[in-house]
Design a protein. Sequence first.
Length: 238
Amino acid sequence: MTQNGTGKNRIEEAIEVAAEAHQGQYRKGTRTPYITHPYAVGLILMEAGCPEAMIVAGILHDTVEDTDLTLEFIQEHFGAYVANIVDGCSENKALRWRARKTERIEALRSASPEICTVTCADKLHNLRTIISEYDVIGDAIWERFHGEVEDQAWYYRSILGAISERDASLQKNAECVTLSKRDSGVDAQSDVKDTMPEQEASDSDNTQEPSQAVDTVNPQLFQQFQQAVAYLFEGVAS
């Protein structure tokens, strides 16, 4: 794990920043401190073998959306790479529920693999929490959220579908490049990378992009997210 000028590694600093930013916030309908959610998202990403910068972004993913912390602060302290992921995971709270959810779902269809992977970890933890508490209080769990269970089913299935389409599209692009280059003997690998969403360039040493490019959505997290959606919303129309 890399360290900054304070001697702390970047994950430790992200934990402290997120804890302060989310202070006084709680998970919906509970007295569970909200910070437990971004901590859990970071742990899920770590267990899936994601790079440090993605773990940092997972810990900070709700700060811009739900606190006074700004993207400028995150970029200054953690670099443009992390800030871009956090930005891609943030909703526009000025919009009504359905509109802002639809906006984020559509954005995922062309989002970077990093944004999609952090989104999978975020939603996976939400679903695990709902499943755990559903076993205790049953359908009363849906009273904490917007609309009925059908609205939540639409939301999570739509996120899953958008990420699935995005990754399938990426794989199709890679296959096309391979086929087009095969006869010419040109290495297609560099062209495949050209189809990937680009991260904003930065001169900051804080950027700390992974040494190897993240080419696809983390398959382990996508599969776990897919299984959780199927389990929780089995038989629910959306």
